[in-house]
Structures are given as structure tokens and as C-alpha cells.
Design a protein around this ligand. Structure first.
Ligand SMILES: Nc1ncnc2c1ncn2[C@@H]1O[C@H](COP(=O)(O)OP(=O)(O)OP(=O)(O)O)[C@@H](O)[C@H]1O
Ligand SMILES: [Mg+2]
Length: 264
């Protein structure tokens, strides 16, 4: 089957969101297929997080439609999003610092024993199982996550999403706070999730992350999509030009190119 014949995992159609007079997102249409990473890039305030907050149920759209597997759905809150197997991983991770990895994996969705007490060993076993696949070197199952590295904390957050059957993963700057080794670790995790058939929206300011991991790249500028391109069809400079100028490569004049010093 060609891509055109497959049904996208997610389609957001003509989505708009305004905050008072600020048009944060304007008529944005974007699609995501299973096993695909779509990089979402753009300058500060371009509307990336707001668009993804619509998909994660954190903010309603003023207009437009969201389809999952080709069917229009109403995502009114984060719980609705979870019911559609949409999980979100933010840069500022919502982990409970003073509890361990299993406790965080099951935070708010705890496993209970038959007599209604916390099933600590069941939760630890499940955590070991998912971590064994994602990050076999992870050993810190009884350590409060506050003393884990940034990369390990990301692994815990990703394990949580995977355990709860994420099909659609939104990652908003997942490597922004990480050092090079930890960034490499998270990149490996993203590749694994993609191989598992999960569709990922990846917001990042790091053009290397985006080029390394994405299949397609959508560029936002002042709330609009400038273009969505196949990674293989563009250069990093093309994408930087779209981010900075809000125009497709063919629409940019030599003068504009020179002004932003992409060449030289
Ligand atoms: N809750 C809010 N109330 C008012 N305005 C908001 C709110 N959230 C976002 N905005 C505005 O909407 C626009 C888009 O913001 P958004 O956070 O989506 O951008 P972004 O592309 O994620 O930027 P960054 O790369 O800096 O994270 C900005 O002008 C921002 O100030
Ligand atoms: Mg943002």
C-alpha cells in the first residue's frame, strides 16, 4: 500500500486556537502515521505546544477536527486523550521526585492486590519488564527518581507511556534539559518506539534531533504551517530558512537568504 492509501493514526484538520487577540494556531492541518516520527519545529511562540495541547486534551480548539484512525473524536480532557492511547511527555517531567520508578509508572493508576492493598511486587515486575525492553541497563528500581539522571527520568516517563499502550506519543522537547550522552539515550528510545509502530510528534529546537529522528518535518510560523516536508527532500538549511523566514525554500529570495547568513 502506498502512504496515500493508508489511514493516518492522527489527522488534525483546520485547527485554530486563539488566546484573546493572539492567534496561537491558525488553520493547521497535520497528519501522523503509525511508526512515523513527525518533527514539529518553529520559533518561540510559533504555536507548537498549543497545537499538541489540543491533541493531548489540555486545551480545546476553537475550531477544526481531530480524527483517530479516520474517525472524528472529541478530546475534551487528558483522560479522553489517554482513552485514545495518546500519551504526552513534557520537557518538565511530571514525575513524583520522592518515589521510585515503579511508583511513578503507576502513579494514579496503581495496581492493587486481591485484598485491595498496593501490589508493590506486581508493579515492580511490570516496570522491570518494560524497562528490560526499553533500557536494559536500568537498575534503579528502588531509588527515588529525584536522584536519577535526566536520561533515566525520561526513560521512566517513556516506560509509563509504553506500559499504558501509547499508540500516539507527543514529546515536547524531550532532550532540552539533557547532556549529550543522555540525549543519545533518549534518541535510541525514540527509535525503538517507532519500530514498535508508535506514531510520535516530536517538538524540538534541536535541528539535529529533528533531522536524526523525523520522517517528516512540519514547520510552524506565527501559528501557521509553512510546509510539511519529507526529511529526505530537504537540507537542515532549508528547514532553518522556513523556521526563520516563514517561507518555503523556493519562495525565499537570494537577498533574504543572504540576510540570515545561511550561506557562506
Ligand atoms: N495559556 C496561554 N494564554 C495566553 N497565551 C498563550 C497561552 N499559551 C500560549 N500562548 C501564546 O500562544 C502563542 C503560541 O505559544 P506556544 O507555547 O504554542 O508556542 P511554541 O511554538 O510552543 O513556543 P516555544 O518554542 O517557545 O515553546 C504564543 O504567542 C504564546 O504566548
Ligand atoms: Mg512550546
Amino acid at each position: 500500500m502506498t502512504v496515500a492509501e493508508r489511514t493516518p493514526l492522527v489527522e488534525m484538520r483546520d485547527i485554530s486556537v486563539a488566546f484573546g487577540g493572539v492567534h496561537a494556531v491558525r488553520d493547521v492541518t497535520i497528519e501522523l502515521y503509525a511508526g512515523e516520527v513527525v518533527g514539529l519545529v518553529g520559533g518561540n511562540g510559533a504555536g507548537k505546544s498549543t497545537l499538541m495541547r489540543v491533541l493531548s486534551g489540555a486545551h480545546p480548539a476553537d475550531s477544526g477536527a481531530t480524527l483517530i484512525d479516520g474517525t472524528e473524536v472529541a478530546i475534551r480532557n487528558p483522560r479522553d486523550a489517554k482513552a485514545y492511547n495518546i500519551e504526552t511527555i513534557y520537557q518538565t517531567l511530571a514525575l513524583a521526585d520522592n518515589i521510585d520508578a515503579p511508583g511513578n509508572l503507576f502513579l494514579g493508576r496503581e495496581m492493587l492486590t486481591r485484598i485491595g492493598t498496593l501490589d508493590e511486587s506486581g508493579m515492580e515486575d511490570a516496570t522491570r519488564k518494560v524497562m528490560g525492553r526499553l533500557n536494559p541497563n536500568f537498575r534503579s528500581f528502588a531509588t527515588p527518581v529525584v536522584s536519577l539522571s535526566g536520561g533515566q527520568r525520561q526513560a521512566v516517563a517513556i516506560a509509563r507511556a509504553v506500559h499504558f499502550n501509547a499508540r500516539i506519543l507527543i514529546m515536547d522537547e524531550p532532550t532540552a534539559a539533557l547532556g549529550p550522552a543522555e540525549t543519545a539515550q533518549v534518541r535510541n528510545l525514540i527509535r525503538q518506539l517507532k519500530d514498535d509502530g508508535i506514531g510520535i510528534f516530536l517538538i524540538s529546537h534541536d535541528i539535529h534531533d529533528v533531522f536524526d529522528l523525523s520522517d517528516r518535518i512540519s514547520v510552524m510560523y506565527h501559528g501557521r504551517i509553512v510546509d510539511t516536508v519529507d526529511k529526505a527532500a530537504v537540507t537542515a538549511d532549508d528547514v532553518l530558512g522556513m523556521i526563520i523566514l516563514g517561507k518555503k525554500p523556493g519562495e525565499v529570495s537570494e537577498k533574504e537568504l543572504a540576510a540570515i547568513e545561511l550561506r557562506g
